[in-house]
Structure formats: structure tokens, C-alpha cells
Design a protein around this ligand. Structure first.
Ligand code: GUN
Ligand code: ZN
Length: 488
């Protein structure tokens, strides 16, 4: 069952730092972003074949559990994983790392687990990395990372450069270690990079730290690599994670939530005992009332099916949003589902400079959805580019939209972007942005665009005409400028 086809990843479309890609491993090809549901062979509320029928292109299972099972070990070795599990899509196997981190007494070697994963025909194999707890101090994180990198090197040297092995990125909560780990894993030639040990952050809603850790790892990992967020998670955070550049998710949440009688929705979850209705289009929800579902002896399986359907649908929605260039709107919507997610989203927005180079320059639309929209990368990108416009001696900035004679340059104004030459009125983002009536936040942001343009053209004299309503803001944001206003 020797399999030396390298893992390859092609990027097809982009939005924010997210992408739609094609991941190839073994003789399997999947579209990303992709969700690999976790399959525990001992405990299958939903069978892998059913998962495939629901649209799961890949699954992940645990090689350590299989290797220790009298029931499955020999079958996996003789039949291969795909036959044993009845799944003909992509199968990734995890090593015993997580068990090692949780139970501490796992007796298994790095090459031993990788050879076992190869022998059972896994398409993507994971070495015995060391997941560092977010509570660990720096010394511990450094030692764990050093051992993880040694094991990755050992895997490369002994199993060949093309073996389909993942290169986990560890480093605890230390951003410089995460970045360094990403670089090293890239240098060693791993094109599939799981960001590890983030489950405890997600379980305790520490999304702000999740953003810090993922962005740091992303800075180190080459852009061309496929990024897997290990153990994620709930569908409400997929959009944000994709926006940060994560391509692959694997989650047991659908089954764990079901066991806990929890019903997933795209931006949160409910206790099934609290629901009077089942607000979902999946087959389970359309063929049961909430009361029937609660009373069913099959509730764990039914809730698992529903939770999985919601998770898979969210992945499809994200892919469509990338294709349409409207991922920001989806992230904005999802991150309002939980205060900690909203905080993480705001922190992510603050990283405009870091995100801007990844974002695409033209999109189908920009919907203004309140103050957070002012911080979107399209706004900072526009305000960067506006500096390239060379203005004449006397410049009219017609915030009121009225063109007047006697100026060398005439500019119109659209918040939250700022001033723009009339020739750009049909181009992105000016022409494709939908904004409601102006509000203070967007006008302040637009003034920053004007300030950038004025800074780039120190020889020009700017005359700003605005409605009286905006006079105070404009004078405050653009001190020392000539500002005139219409009384309307
Ligand atoms: N599953 C969730 N997190 C991790 C991790 O950091 N390493 C491995 N191997 N599996 C995981
Ligand atoms: Zn449903």
C-alpha cells in the first residue's frame, strides 16, 4: 500500500485571506474549504457512507485508536481504511498526539505511527506532534516545538520528501514561536500544515487568542500551503477561520454536541429541550417536530445528522461567498452570534494592513453593515491607492456632490472610502458599494481617505464643500482645511 504521491494544493479563487482550492492527496481530490468529519470507528452515530452521501468529501479518523483495537487493527491492515470504513473519499488519519496530550501515557513512536498510517492506506498522515496547552509557559512551548520539529524532520528523512505527511504547526500561545514553526514546516517542504493545539481555545470561547495564534502561524506558513485548523469546530467560526486563510477543518463537534442534546445553527447552538421549532431545511428537521426529536430513542443519531448537515452547508455557503467576493459580509454576520466572536472579529479587522495584501482588488459588492465595515480591508486598500492620484493646484472635494467651476481637479466623495475622481465612479469599490444614509463613523473614515490624499499632494490646495450636517466632523478630522457648507 506504498503511496508516495505528494500532497498538492492549488488555489483557484480568493477573498480576504481565504481561498477556494483543490487539495490532492493519494488519488483523492477535494475542494477546499473542506470539513473532514471525525469518525470514531467504535462509535458511529453516522456512518462514513452516509457522510459521503451528505456531501462530505473527506473524513478524519484516529490511527492510534485503530492500532489499539483488536476489532479494527487487523481489518485495517488487511482491507485498508477505505474498505473497512466504507468510504471512498479522502481519509486523513491523526496520530496519537491528542491522546498523548490528554492521557499522557501513550506508548507509540513517531515513525511507528507513520508507518502504521501508511500500511492502512491513509491519504494524509500525521506525525506524533506535541500539542502545547495554551496554559503552558514559554519554556514548555519551546521544548514541545523543538521536539515536534525533530519528529517532522525524522519523518521527512526516513519516509521520503513525497510521503503524504502533514506538518503540524505548534508553539502554544506565543506568536513568534507559531510564526517560526510555520516557517520551519514550510522550509521542510510540508505543503499541508495543520495549526495545532487550538481546541482548548475554541472550547473556552477564547476566539481573540485564536485569531492571534492563527494569524501568527499564517505569517510563517507559505501562502501556497494548505492550512488545516486542527479540531475546529463549530460552524459559527468557520467563516472567520477561512477569512484568516484556513482551508481544512476537522470536527467531532457534530457528534459531541449531539451527545449533549445540542442543536447546531449556523451562528450558535440551542439545547434541544429549549426549542419549540426546528429552524433548518435538513431531512431530520423537516420530518420531525421538535417534540418528536426530543422524544426519539434515536436522538443522538438524529441530532448528529442535523449538526453535520448544518456544518457541511456552512462550508458550501463559505465557498459560494468566496466565489462572489462577499466573504466579509458572511464573517460579519456570523461573528455577531457570540460576544467573544465579535471581539475576535474586531481584532481581525484591526489587522487591515496584514490582510490587505491577500484580499482581492475587485469584488462583486461591498455592503455597509455598520461601524465594523469601516475597518474592512477594501477601505484601507482604497485609502492606500488614493495616494497615487496626482491632484492639480486647486482641488474641489465635493462632499455634497455638486461640481463647481474654477478648479483644476474635481473629486467626489463616498464614505467610508473617501474622495474619488468621477472617472472611478463605476469601478470597485466606489461603484459596487451599497451604503445607507451617511453616518458619523463612515464620514470620519472617509475623511481619513481625504487626509491620505492631501498628504500625498502637499502642493495642492483643497477646498471642501459639505452639507452643514457634516461640518463639525470634517473640520475636526481635517484641521486647517478650507471647509464650506451648504445650509440645506
Ligand atoms: N487534534 C486537535 N489538535 C491537535 C493537535 O495539535 N495535534 C494533533 N495531532 N491532533 C490534534
Ligand atoms: Zn436540521
Amino acid at each position: 500500500m506504498q503511496n508516495l504521491m505528494p500532497i498538492t494544493f492549488e488555489i483557484l479563487e480568493k477573498d480576504i485571506a481565504g481561498r477556494i482550492g483543490r487539495l490532492r492527496a493519494g488519488n483523492q481530490t477535494v475542494r477546499t474549504p473542506v470539513l473532514l468529519p471525525v469518525v470514531n470507528p467504535h462509535l458511529q452515530p453516522v456512518s462514513p457512507a452516509e457522510m459521503k452521501a451528505m456531501g462530505a468529501e473527506g473524513i478524519i479518523t484516529n490511527a492510534y485508536i485503530i492500532s489499539r483495537s483488536t476489532q479494527f487493527r487487523d481489518r485495517a491492515l488487511s482491507e485498508g481504511l477505505h474498505r473497512m470504513l466504507g468510504f471512498d473519499g479522502l481519509i486523513m488519519t491523526d496520530s496519537g498526539s491528542f491522546q498523548l496530550a490528554v492521557y499522557g501515557d501513550v506508548e507509540i513512536g513517531n515513525l511507528e505511527t507513520l508507518e502504521f498510517q501508511e500500511a492502512i492506506g491513509s491519504d494524509i498522515r500525521v506525525p506524533l506532534d506535541i500539542p502545547t496547552s495554551p496554559e503552558a509557559g514559554r519554556k514548555q512551548a519551546e521544548d514541545d516545538l523543538s521536539l515536534t520539529l525533530d519528529r517532522l524532520r525524522e519523518a521527512r528523512e526516513n519516509l521520503g520528501a513525497d510521503a503524504p505527511i502533514a506538518g503540524p504547526v505548534q508553539g502554544g500561545i506565543f506568536e513568534d514561536l507559531r510564526e517560526f514553526a510555520g516557517q520551519m514546516v514550510g522550509k521542510m517542504g510540508f505543503s499541508f500544515c495543520p495549526i495545532g493545539a487550538v481546541v482548548p481555545l475554541m472550547e473556552s470561547y477564547r476566539y481573540k487568542e485564536l485569531v492571534r495564534v492563527v494569524m501568527a502561524a499564517r505569517r510563517g506558513i507559505p501562502c501556497s500551503s494548505c492550512v488545516h485548523l486542527f479540531g475546529a469546530g463549530h460552524p459559527s467560526m468557520f467563516a472567520l477561520a477561512v477569512a484568516m486563510g484556513c482551508d481544512v477543518f476537522d470536527s467531532a463537534a457534530y457528534a459531541l454536541y449531539a451527545k449533549d442534546r445540542r442543536y447546531m445553527a449556523p451562528s450558535g447552538s440551542y439545547r434541544i429541550d429549549e426549542l419549540a421549532e426546528l429552524p433548518c431545511a435538513c431531512q431530520v428537521c423537516r420530518s420531525h417536530t421538535a417534540a418528536e426529536l426530543r422524544a426519539s430513542p434515536d436522538i443522538v443519531r438524529l441530532l448528529s445528522l442535523h449538526n453535520l448537515a448544518v456544518s457541511l452547508a456552512e462550508i458550501s455557503r463559505i465557498r459560494q461567498a468566496i466565489t462572489d467576493g462577499v466573504l466579509w459580509e458572511l464573517v460579519d454576520e456570523r461573528c455577531r452570534g457570540h460576544p467573544q466572536l465579535l471581539q475576535a472579529y474586531r481584532d481581525f479587522l484591526e489587522r487591515g494592513k496584514e490582510i490587505e495584501p491577500f484580499d482581492r482588488s475587485s469584488k462583486r459588492r461591498f455592503f455597509y453593515r455598520g461601524g465594523e465595515s469601516c475597518l474592512r480591508a477594501e477601505v484601507s486598500a482604497f485609502q492606500h491607492q488614493i495616494r497615487r492620484i496626482a491632484t492639480g493646484r486647486n482641488v474641489l472635494v465635493a462632499m455634497d456632490g455638486v461640481k463647481r467651476p474654477g478648479y483644476d481637479t474635481i473629486l467626489l466623495f463616498k464614505p467610508p472610502f473617501g474622495p474619488f475622481p468621477p472617472e472611478l465612479r463605476e469601478t470597485f469599490p466606489i461603484g459596487q458599494s451599497e451604503i445607507p444614509e451617511w453616518d458619523d463613523e463612515m464620514v470620519v473614515q472617509g475623511c481619513l481617505g481625504l487626509l491620505a490624499l492631501m498628504d500625498a499632494n502637499p502642493e495642492s490646495r483643497f477646498s471642501i464643500f459639505t452639507h452643514e450636517r457634516w461640518l463639525d466632523i470634517v473640520q475636526k478630522e481635517l484641521p486647517g482645511c478650507e471647509v464650506r457648507y451648504d445650509r440645506v
